[in-house]
Design a protein around this ligand. Structure first.
Ligand code: ADP
Ligand code: MG
Length: 325
């Protein structure tokens, strides 16, 4: 990636160069190098996904951006402000919705938002508590004690707390892990709305389908390194694999002669899934082989590659073809 990106307010919401983090050893744990030199620019206005298996370093990265964890080396610019030079401004530009529920059970949502705004030094006249309560759908619970809120409401309150200081950048760390479908959809609607109003969104998620649906761009992180970063469609388009699914009329024969490079998966529902590289094999060649085996085709469908395939290909040890990140 570029060696000296210019810090411009408009182009990049986040600029990270050579970011390293080594957690110090304790009596019970060895020292751990969680980030091994990350270079990453996140464009302003995007919904950007950080994907990676557990322990990849996603939360470490997010917590460094938010000023919650101290980096070991490297540069981090938030909305053009170098963290080390302008810590206050860089902190003010970012709001984080953490993964864990940590809140005072005696505060009401309204009080929690007011207290949070106070912590960020937002003057009373500039607070938008009502507006935030409305965005997170908690107006009718504004004066209920937090301990009486459901898990979903508490998570929405966490989102609200991340918004009190009107940050340009909103970071969501696994916002929908262990959350029911209804709340997940509600969260995504809110996030889309905030993005349409110009807020840059950065999220980590385990749900690849969700990342594929939500994110304009994605960086995949593994063992503390960015192994690939691209627009979501481009990432999915890198995969040349294709699957042709045949529903046979009756029982399929036990032996089917396959063209070179074609793999067959006999699925539990009786369908035959033929996987092949679309650059090397045509769908016609697969269909010919099926007919030659005496199979009558009742139905046929194709399956396109998904982000999940990209993810598996890149995070398993075998290097993906044509990959040069
Ligand atoms: P992710 O969010 O991608 O699951 P994390 O950033 O939480 O990954 O963790 C990255 C690595 O750093 C893991 O191996 C984790 O065990 C380690 N780690 C995280 N926090 C600490 C800490 N406070 N002290 C020591 N090691 C840590
Ligand atoms: Mg994490």
């Amino acid at each position: 990636m570029s060696s000296e990106p210019r810090s411009t307010l408009a182009a990049n919401a986040i600029e990270i160069e050579g970011l390293r983090k080594t957690y110090a050893p304790t009596r019970t744990t060895a020292g751990h190098e969680a980030l091994k030199g990350i270079d990453l620019n996140i464009p302003a206005g995007s919904i950007f996904g950080l994907l990676g298996p557990n322990g990849a370093g996603k939360s470490t990265m997010i917590n460094i951006m938010a000023g919650l964890v101290r980096k070991s080396a490297g540069k981090v610019r938030i909305w053009g402000f170098d963290q080390d030079v302008n810590p206050r401004q860089s902190r003010a530009a970012i709001g984080v919705m953490p993964q864990e529920l940590n809140m005072d059970p005696f505060f009401t949502p309204r009080t929690a938002l007011e207290v949070q705004a106070g912590l960020y030094g937002v003057p009373a006249a500039q607070r938008r508590t009502e507006e935030i309560l409305e965005i997170i759908g908690l107006l009718d619970k504004a004066d209920a004690h937090a301990r009486s809120l459901s898990g979903g409401m508490k998570r929405r309150l966490l989102l609200g707390k991340a918004l009190v200081h009107h940050p340009q950048i909103l970071v969501l760390d696994e916002p929908t892990a262990g959350v029911d479908i209804e709340l997940r959809q509600m969260l995504w609607q809110n996030v889309r709305k905030l993005n349409e109003r110009g807020m840059t969104i950065i999220l980590t998620t385990h749900y690849l389908e969700e990342a594929e649906a939500m994110c304009d761009e994605i960086a995949i992180i593994n063992h503390g390194e960015v192994i690939v970063r691209d627009r979501t469609e481009a990432l999915v388009a890198r995969m040349d694999g294709k699957t042709l699914v045949i529903v046979p009329d009756g029982q399929a024969p036990s032996h089917i002669a396959l063209p070179a490079g074609v793999a067959l998966d006999r699925r539990r529902d009786g369908t035959l899934a033929f996987s092949y590289n679309r650059r090397e094999t045509s769908a016609n060649a697969v269909l010919d082989a099926v007919r030659a085996a005496g199979i009558t085709i009742r139905d046929v469908a194709t399956e396109e590659p998904h982000l999940e395939d990209v993810f598996v290909a890149l995070t398993t040890s075998r290097p993906a073809s044509g990959e040069a990140a």
